[in-house]
Design a protein around this ligand. Structure first.
Ligand SMILES: Nc1ncnc2c1ncn2[C@@H]1O[C@H](COP(=O)(O)OP(=O)(O)OP(=O)(O)O)[C@@H](O)[C@H]1O
Length: 253
């Protein structure tokens, strides 16, 4: 469905991602792990169209999408979450999701000025969609609350809702449970499982090893920009190179 072929991203003399071949398991939870600076975020940014690769390809449904800008990649059904700092704190949960959705829909400036029928129809659809995805992520009761007043875990759910509002086939989640406690982490893991059960392919970057080992079905390990292992949690746990490079270090906790 989505694969990378010899994907490479260089920043000046630094090779942040090097010759990475990876394919996502359709409808499953995929994870990318690796020590700090291993190239995980860069890999995400190249795949989601934020950066162009230096060389190599990103293939989605048989088409090379490596040169497409992020908005075109999103239109194809590939969504990504950003840190919760991207939310509008002084707006409601509902408005945050509606605005996020509006940014990705069709109406142009003229539609907005003349308030065309198409614009009104789209607005209606956006609102319906926002309520639907907020229900899915468990925030039906919080739609009218200001984002500044909700918990960090609820903000994470809003970020999920934003990604889901575009009806994605693949969702890239950048450290979805950073900064929340173990109970909340378990709840968000359940939400990710629910997304996968709906047929959405998930790919996440995470530092919480225990959680990843329980949640992910396929894991890729990056080290200094290179893929050093790929497989099931069990295979990764027993991989010598991974143990040497990563699990034996500070992240093993
Ligand atoms: N925009 C950039 N310009 C220059 N160098 C960059 C840029 N983005 C990342 N790098 C460098 O590329 C390397 C990989 O960084 P990246 O953020 O992808 O790693 P990571 O695995 O996500 O790390 P972390 O777990 O700490 O977030 C690092 O050496 C980083 O300093």
């Amino acid at each position: 469905m989505l694969e990378t072929r010899k994907l490479t991203k260089q920043f000046g003399g630094l090779v942040a991602v090097k010759d990475v071949d990876f394919s996502l398991e359709h409808g499953k939870i995929n994870a990318i792990i690796g020590p700090n600076g291993a190239g995980k975020s860069t890999f995400f940014n190249v795949v989601s169209g934020l950066y162009r690769p230096t060389s190599g390809q990103v293939i989605y449904k048989g088409k090379d999408i490596s040169k497409l800008p992020a908005n075109k990649v999103a239109e194809l059904g590939i969504a990504r979450t950003f840190q919760t700092t991207h939310l509008f704190e002084m707006a409601t949960v509902f408005d945050n999701v509606v605005v996020g959705h509006r940014l990705r829909t069709q109406s142009n400036l003229l539609d907005s000025i003349f308030r065309t029928k198409r614009l009104k129809q789209e607005e209606e659809k956006c609102k319906e969609k926002a309520l639907e995805v907020l229900k899915f992520v468990g925030l039906s009761k919080s739609v009218d609350r200001m984002v500044t007043n909700i918990s960090q875990e609820e903000k994470k759910r809003v970020a999920f809702a934003l990604a889901l509002a575009t009806d994605p086939e693949i969702v890239f989640l950048d450290e979805p449970t950073a900064g929340i406690n173990p109970d909340e982490t378990a709840e968000l893991s359940q939400l990710m499982e629910k997304m996968a059960q709906q047929g959405i392919t998930i790919c996440l970057i995470e530092h919480k090893m225990q959680m990843i080992m329980k949640l992910a079905e396929k894991i890729m390990v990056l080290n200094y920009g290179e893929k050093i292992a790929e497989g099931t949690p069990d295979e990764i746990n027993h991989n010598e190179e991974v143990i040497k490079a990563y699990l034996g270090g500070s992240a093993s906790a």
